[in-house]
Ligand binder design. Structure first.
Ligand code: SF4
Length: 93
């Protein structure tokens, strides 16, 4: 199954995707883009919206899991990031 996602940490809220493809995108409460539909993922407007995003924040993820109607964007793994930063800083000293 394909799932349309906006990576919130990459979205800068320019609104390009929303103005191009109102079927799939709308504003969230933080002034960023959110996905509002996971249907019709081969539409021309969606392709144009993805290509127009200046930060490549829009992706279509493939998953074997059954889509349950809840759209979530992937969150960064802060513990892994912290461990990587600590490991790299300890290597420098
Ligand atoms: S085009 Fe990209 S950066 Fe602009 S609002 Fe949409 S997802 Fe965010």
């Amino acid at each position: 199954m394909d799932i349309l996602e906006v990576e919130k940490s990459s979205c800068i809220g320019c609104g390009a995707c929303i103005s191009i493809d109102e079927e799939h995108f709308d504003w969230d409460d933080d002034g960023l883009s959110k996905v509002i539909s996971n249907n019709n993922l081969k539409s021309e407007n969606l392709t144009e919206a993805i290509e127009s995003c200046p930060t490549q924040a829009i992706t279509i993820a493939k998953t074997d899991e059954v889509y349950d109607g809840n759209i979530t964007s992937s969150e960064p793994d802060f513990q892994t990031l912290e461990n990587n930063v600590m490991a790299s800083s300890s290597q420098k000293s």
